[in-house]
Design a protein around this ligand. Structure first.
Ligand code: SAM
Length: 320
């Protein structure tokens, strides 16, 4: 990719990116469409795993992300009060507890999470806030939901945020969520479509770095573009899709949210550094230059970033 100026204000490399393709960017050491296609491995041949990990630094990032998104997510969820709620892949439990607070008296909220580290942190934060009785956190795999017989079909709401992008079989998860709610119950999915990201003026070398990050998902057997499939997944799982929208969480310099949005982005990439470098077979210098460009860009007076979380809701068919 040739840049006439430091910031590409013309046709950015990212602008040419299309779903499932890689923008056709040509930077030394960056994989092209052809090389990435050859490198990619069929889903079923790979075990799925969680790209972000659970190191304390990553937990701080996830917590920051919750600070950025929870208010808007709660607004979108529009709980009526007193619901029985299942949160699948509940992570640090911040939003699980936010739902419980919003649902208020008579509510029961269960968070299911596979990672012992996340569960420990979720329980510890709940205890520190005097909310240990607000929700139940249970260890379990979203792909084999650990519900008791009397719990299946008994929830009013099943919710999963930023989970489907990390599992090898999103449809199996959504199907279980449909079975977990009563007839007429709500299944709410919120997830990423990584192709949505736009930065302007485009920091040199950043979009190829983002594309390499995206590739780490399908190398793990997961779908980096699952956000666009949420309605399809609800339909395929037998639910009636009733809502499709997204929650914007971009920003621009001068906005109070901007430093947090940039920090989230930077930490995501740094946290996935090893995976990016091994997936894309890139040298460290290239990675570090992309991060440095992002940092420099963030101090521009006209830096703007667009990103959004896809959001879809379905209803379990049949009357209650
Ligand atoms: C990006 S975090 C999102 C956490 C929370 N939903 C939120 O929005 O803050 C994804 C979480 O899903 C968990 N996870 C990934 N795969 C899972 C699986 N198969 N079963 C249960 N949890 C899983 C991860 O350990 C992590 O805590």
């Amino acid at each position: 990719m040739q840049h006439g100026s430091e910031y590409d204000r013309g046709t950015g490399c990212g602008k040419t990116a299309r779903p499932g393709l890689y923008g056709g960017c040509r930077v030394t050491g960056i994989p092209t469409v052809e090389t990435v296609s050859r490198m990619s491995t069929h889903k079923s041949q790979r075990a799925s795993s969680y790209v972000h990990g659970t190191a304390p630094e990553e937990q701080r990032r996830l917590s920051l992300l919750n600070d950025l998104l929870n208010e808007a997510s709660l607004r979108e969820l529009n709980l009526r009060g007193g619901e029985r709620i299942l949160d699948v892949g509940s992570g640090l439990g911040q939003f699980t507890r936010a739902m419980a607070r919003a649902a208020g008296r008579g509510a029961y909220v269960l968070g299911i999470e596979q990672s012992l580290e996340q569960l420990a942190e979720a329980r510890e934060s709940a205890r520190a806030d005097g909310e240990e009785d607000l929700v139940e956190f249970r260890r379990g795999d979203a792909l084999a939901l650990a519900l008791r017989d009397d719990e299946w079909g008994n929830f009013d709401v099943a919710y999963a945020r930023f989970l489907l992008e990390h599992v090898s079989d999103p449809l199996a998860v959504v199907s279980a969520m449909v079975r977990a709610v009563r007839r007429g119950g709500r299944i709410v999915l919120a997830d990423d479509d990584h192709d949505v990201l736009r930065l302007w003026p485009e920091p040199p070398g950043f979009m190829p770095l983002w594309q390499a990050y995206i590739r780490t998902y399908d190398r793990l057997g997961n779908d980096p573009f699952v956000g666009r499939r949420l309605v399809s997944l609800l339909h395929a799982a037998g639910a009636l899709p009733v809502r499709n929208t997204w929650i914007f969480f971009g920003s621009c310099s001068g906005s109070p949210a901007f430093p947090g949005v940039v920090e989230n982005m930077t930490r995501i990439l740094i946290g996935a550094r090893k995976a990016i470098l091994s997936t894309a077979r890139l040298d460290r210098k290239w990675f570090d230059q992309g991060i440095a460009a992002l940092k420099k860009w963030s101090s521009l007076p006209d830096a703007a970033l667009w990103f959004a979380m896809c959001w879809a809701e379905g209803s379990r068919r049949g009357t209650a």
